[in-house]
Design a protein around this ligand. Structure first.
Ligand code: TRP
Length: 335
């Protein structure tokens, strides 16, 4: 049985990178796998979140999943904190993973920055929680971007060590599902860094709540280089901004970057940007409209999450009971 788990943090507003790089691809998995799509609010609080904003963002991410076309009947859409097994299994994994393993995690180093002493313990243990997310459901496949590969590697190490330590073949060794290169969306201000919620410049990202004017303006202002557009992806090497914008066009129009190069090679950036802005508005508009409709009906979104929570718990509970037995936690019966 193949089972997919993936998660998105409810921090900041969702941007095009989250949509094209993750959520939109998940829609394509729902026919081939049993899928759990999780709003990872426990991960979000590894850095401080305003409580009301966190609640709103949790609904916002769930609404984006629904608007993108993820079917809440076929798949399980839920928020992490409401299934207590995540935190519980993460504790056990805190005791399986080694300090040395976590010390190698590059994302912690990036997120903690210079002031490591002041980072939360949760931020440090973040990858253990991520391993627990997946293994609580014995997930076999995880769609992730390049930046999460190291965390997935750690989840494999944890599963292996747990199995070895207790002499069982209990947890599966998860496999990454990596999508095509075109889905790695970079900053509009710097083609070498990922589009990110934490970039101080609003112009660096297209938010899923931006209206048509804002989308067009951000694309118009996107960084470029002075040359005409390349006629082949072979010329992308020292032209990260061209690569990013043409990759975006390919992702939005569901075609290969080669085709975008054939169509626009030799054109001026200004012509291409107009075409890209029109395409982005055309493709994102319906998804954004649906998100707005869902955000106006929080009871519906909460209903979807509540249903997902119940179904996720039903899978997680027997796994936790087995883990308790394997680890040696006495489960006293009787009154
Ligand atoms: N760390 C992931 C990210 O920031 C989110 C995440 C949490 C996740 N748990 C997960 C992704 C489990 C895949 C599987 O992108």
């Amino acid at each position: 049985m193949e089972r997919i788990f993936s998660g998105v943090q409810p921090t900041g507003s969702l941007h095009l990178g989250n949509y094209l790089g993750a959520i939109r691809n998940w829609v394509r998995l729902q026919d081939d796998y049993e899928c759990l799509f999780c709003v990872v609010d426990l991960h979000a609080v590894t850095v401080w979140q305003d409580p009301d904003v966190l609640k709103a963002n949790t609904r916002h991410v769930a609404a984006a999943m629904l608007a993108a076309g993820i079917d809440p009947k076929k798949n399980i859409i839920f928020n992490q904190s409401q299934v207590p097994g995540h935190a519980e299994l993460a504790w056990i994994f805190n005791c399986v993973a080694r300090l040395g393993w976590l010390n190698r995690m590059t994302q912690f180093k990036e997120k903690a920055g210079k002031n490591k002493e002041n980072a939360s313990v949760g931020l440090y243990a973040y990858p253990n929680l991520m391993a627990a997310d997946i293994l609580l459901y014995k997930g076999t496949h995880v769609p992730v971007g390049e930046d999460q590969k190291q965390h997935l590697e750690l989840a494999r190490d944890i599963a292996q060590k747990f199995n070895n330590d207790f002499g069982v073949e209990y947890f599966p060794i998860v496999e990454p599902l990596i999508f095509g290169a075109a889905t790695r969306v970079m900053s509009l201000r710097d083609g070498t860094s990922k589009m990110s919620k934490s970039d101080p410049s609003e112009l660096s990202r297209i938010s899923m709540t931006d209206d048509a004017d804002a989308i067009a303006k951000k694309i118009r202002k996107a960084k470029t280089d002075p040359a005409a557009l390349p006629a082949s992806p072979k010329e992308f090497d020292d032209r990260p901004e061209a690569a990013n914008l043409m990759g975006l066009y390919a992702a939005l129009s569901d075609c290969e970057v080669e085709d975008v190069c054939k169509q626009f090679g030799g054109s001026e950036f200004s012509t291409f940007k107009q075409a890209l802005a029109d395409l982005a508005v055309e493709k994102l508009g319906p998804v954004q409209d649906e998100m707005r409709r869902l955000m106006a009906d929080p009871a519906h979104v909460d209903g979807v999450l509540a249903d997902g929570v119940a179904r996720a718990r039903a899978i997680a509970e027997p796994v936790l009971a087995e883990v308790h037995d394997i680890v040696g936690f006495l489960r006293p019966q009787g009154k």
